[in-house]
Design a protein around this ligand. Structure first.
Ligand code: SF4
Length: 328
């Protein structure tokens, strides 16, 4: 039997406002009776996708898969202006779910283009947000890890801007690196505040516990960064997609207090499920039977203003939609 006595969920987890808004817009459109699609999966999370399907919202890979007159929701990551034009020319009802932070980022990038700067964009190549941003600045030089940075040329007037979810330390390091590459350097810090807070709160929890469990999409950059941060803090960390990935009690050997955190596209309900699973798998004998209640209490104890799965009023949630389990 295990020896886990306590599970602590990090503060301020759950969806970021950008993701929640995009999901809500899709649900609202469907509830209003419109045939609604999302361009690409809103988040790579099975539970969320199932929830949306319960509302009648399906994701499509391309605009060609949407019938004329139907609604298509642009995800929080945003898209290039060209995608908007194509959607409109096809007669689709475009619902813009681009996060307000990303919209601001796109505007600032456009300004840098207009001002004639040679632009360096810190971001993950091919990430949807970066692809969307490049629609505003096709000539921007995208760099990610430090090994890429030698590709940055020396130019008279240069500007640095970043994808919203890049770690702040990397942005600062790149800014310092670029000082010697340009005569004039303009720095626009577009690291999203939610990303910063999530990292701070995760670190805080990591410092208090014996082991961290990080929940999020396998390919989610912000989730991977959380795992890395825990390890930097000296706390072993396991990264999983959801509770069903926890089948082996071995990583919990010797852990008395376990921390749980999640990426910005992981709903708080998933963290509660993970907490429950940890108690069942590795809790002390007396706790196993109370796993569900303890998990509820763990979620309750975390200050989670972003802890709503949806901001839709309850009476707007169709009966039978998985979203009905939401905490309101
Ligand atoms: S991480 Fe920040 S910028 Fe990205 S969607 Fe969420 S709130 Fe918006």
């Amino acid at each position: 039997m295990g020896m886990v006595q306590e599970v602590r969920i990090a503060n301020r987890t759950g969806f970021c406002y950008g993701v929640r808004e995009a999901i809500d817009k899709a649900k609202e459109s469907a509830v209003a009776g419109r045939s609604t699609h999302t361009l690409g999966q809103v988040v790579h999370n099975e539970g969320v996708i199932r929830d949306l399907v319960g509302f009648g919202v399906h994701s499509v890979e391309t605009l060609d898969d949407v019938d004329e007159g139907a609604a298509v929701v642009i995800r929080a990551h945003g898209v290039s202006p060209e995608v908007f034009e194509r959607a409109e020319s096809r007669g689709l009802d475009v619902i813009d779910g681009t996060c307000t932070w990303v919209i601001q980022e796109q505007r600032q990038l456009q300004e840098l283009v207009d001002e004639g700067y040679v632009i360096v964009l810190l971001g993950t190549p091919r990430h949807p947000e970066v692809v969307g941003l490049l629609g505003f600045a096709p000539d921007a030089i995208v760099v990610d890890e430090e090994e890429d940075w030698h590709r940055i040329p020396r130019r008279k007037r240069m500007a640095l801007i970043t994808q919203s979810t890049q770690p702040p330390w990397k942005f600062e390091k790149l800014a310092a690196f670029m000082v010697s590459r340009a005569h004039e350097l303009k720095i626009v810090n577009t690291v999203c505040p939610v990303t910063i807070r999530r990292q701070e709160d995760t670190l805080e929890t990591a410092r208090e516990v014996d082991l961290m469990v990080v929940v999020g999409g396998r390919h989610s950059a912000n989730t991977k960064e959380l795992t890395r941060l825990c390890q930097i803090a000296g706390t072993p960390a396991v990264q999983i997609e959801n509770a069903s990935d926890l089948t082996d009690p071995a990583p919990f050997a010797g852990a008395r207090v376990v921390g749980v955190t999640g990426g910005t596209s992981t709903p708080v309900e998933d963290l509660r499920e993970v907490a429950r699973r940890i108690f069942e798998l590795a809790g002390t004998d007396d706790l196993v039977a109370r796993a569900a209640d303890l998990a509820d209490a763990a979620l309750e104890a975390a200050a989670t203003p972003a802890g709503r799965t949806t901001s839709l009023p309850r009476d707007r949630i169709p009966v039978g939609a998985a979203g009905a389990r939401a905490d309101g």
